[in-house]
Design a binder for this molecule. Structure first.
Ligand code: UDP
Length: 490
């Protein structure tokens, strides 16, 4: 630890919860191992994690936050919505991206003033390759998803096996992977399936990874070692898996404030306390996904018709006009039968998953939700929605065999050319019965999930793979700093 306390590291996160949360957790981990950490972000974003950082400060691991002013007016957004927890649509995301890129000069000036030894940046800031080069310091690329998805996406982008198919529903095999993984073009992100304006944006991002000093993954060796190896040779730069990073904050009281609604907490906790162990399904689609009214209806009946209890997190923006009275009636019915509990908008996910009554999760296959479930040994019903989530589903179902697919067929984000698919209630009931029922398949999955859960706990302890990777990384950054200083003094 002492060795690392000369090290100044800047973290530059991107403001969506799925990108921001693991990066802040990683920053806290660096600080716990002695590095001097500064996080550059806007006021609205800092407020989402400030309490956990203050808590770290009190326990002797201070982190600084360097606030920057988001140019809300210039991109036509109200003040304070640059934190994507509450405001989501492709238009808002692109306005936020535009706003953040307008801050490039300002952030580069901050880099100069803060004199870092290393910049850890979200994948969405490709220009930081040049910033780091100007300062003569390493740039680390923070990839907030799996090695598997990075490899799969690389081979699909580079070999384009889908181009030769006659239909978007026909299957192709992803080339060069150690497992046979089949997908359809409709399961790919639109900018990979057909080249569009986003394709070049992503090309620049992926190119910037190759020009980085290395990549940090919130993953762990025991989970996807084949793909860790493949990722390193394919991308051709160093990488360190240091996760699951959220485990470090699992029992942190402040996290309740950060992630959940304290006022509601007692209620959901009481509700869960009244249920038997491993009898409740947690249902959530992450921070960005929006379900159509038709899909909400099918999901509601699917959950109601299944044999399990459930906690369902419904984002308020899902409550369209048709949905309002349907969901009110549904919530009322669930209250009476005590079968289901609805949390509106934002749930203290890590705390809920940690409750012994939870036995499985319905997930959109966001990488953080997957890791947070694995941390507590939960098997999953996989229901990918957009981006790289369909790759993550393949990892869970075909490679790790701890996921039951609900049968999602279409990658929805920014995809206006296909009619929105609706997964039917029967499919949902079927998946719930396989995962949570008494059949052999479900039992085996639960056993395998337990094995990964145990590995997730071990890997971050002293001597574990992720623990050692982090120390190696910090040692290497320290050696680079010393070499730079020697060079300067010559
Ligand atoms: N999250 C949460 N409460 C919610 C929804 C999401 O705490 O109601 C957290 C979740 O624990 C995870 C992150 O937000 O850390 C979502 O990241 P993920 O990669 O799962 O999905 P994304 O939101 O990026 O699609």
């Amino acid at each position: 630890q002492q060795l690392h306390n000369q090290l100044n590291v800047i973290f530059l996160p991107f403001p969506t919860p799925g990108h921001m949360i693991p990066m802040i957790d990683t920053a806290r981990l660096f600080a716990k191992h002695g590095a001097n950490v500064t996080i550059i972000t806007t006021h609205a974003n800092a407020s989402t994690f400030q309490k956990s950082i203050d808590n770290d400060f009190n326990s002797g691991h201070p982190i600084k936050t360097q606030l920057i002013q988001f140019p809300s007016a210039q991109v036509g957004l109200p003040d304070g919505v640059e934190n994507l927890k509450d405001a989501t649509s492709p238009e808002i995301i692109s306005k936020i991206s535009r706003g953040i890129s307008m801050l490039q000069d300002h952030i580069e000036n901050l880099f100069q003033d803060l004199e870092p030894d290393c910049i850890v940046t979200d994948m969405c800031y490709p220009w930081t390759v040049e910033s780091a080069a100007k300062l003569g310091i390493p740039r680390l690329y923070f990839y907030s998803s799996s090695y598997f998805s990075n490899c799969a996406s690389y081979f699909v982008r580079n070999y384009r096996p889908h181009d030769s198919l006659v239909s978007d529903t026909q299957k192709f095999t992803i080339p060069c992977l150690p497992h046979t993984i089949e997908m359809t073009p409709f399961q790919l992100a639109d900018w990979i399936r057909v080249k569009n304006s986003a394709t070049s944006v992503f090309d620049v991002i992926f190119e910037s990874e190759k020009r980085s000093y290395g990549t940090i993954y919130n993953s762990f060796h025991e989970l996807e070692s084949d793909y860790e190896k493949l990722g390193r040779t394919t991308i051709g730069i160093k990488s360190w898996s240091v996760g699951p990073v959220s485990a470090f904050t699992n029992n942190d009281d402040e996290k309740k404030d950060n992630k959940g609604h304290i006022g509601k907490e007692a209620e959901w906790l009481n509700w869960l306390n009244s249920k038997e162990n491993e009898s409740v399904l947690y249902v959530s689609f992450g921070s960005l996904t929006r379900l159509s009214h038709a899909q909400i209806v099918e999901l509601a009946y699917g959950l109601e018709n299944s044999s399990q209890n459930f906690i369902w997190v419904i984002r308020k923006k899902d409550k369209d006009e048709d949905g309002e009275s349907f969901l009110e009636d549904f919530e009322e019915r669930m209250k009476e039968s005590k079968k289901g509990y609805i949390i509106w908008n934002w749930a203290p996910q890590i705390l809920i998953l940690d409750h012994p009554a939870i036995g499985g999760i319905v997930t959109h296959c966001g990488w953080n939700s997957i890791l947070e479930s694995l941390n507590v040994s939960l098997p999953m019903i996989t229901w990918p929605m957009f981006a790289e989530q369909f790759y993550n589903e393949k990892l869970l179902v075909d490679v790790l065999k701890i996921g039951v697919p609900v049968g999602a067929k279409v990658n929805k984000f920014w995809l206006n050319t296909v009619e929105e698919e609706v997964v039917k209630r029967e499919e949902i009931v079927k998946a719930v019965e396989i995962l949570m029922g008494n059949g052999q398949e479900g039992k085996k999955m639960r056993m395998r999930a337990r094995k990964f859960g145990d590995a997730a706990k071990r890997t971050i302890e002293k001597g574990g793979y992720s623990y050692n990777n982090l120390i190696q990384l910090l040692d290497e950054l320290t050696s680079l700093k010393i070499a730079r200083e020697l060079e300067k003094s010559r």
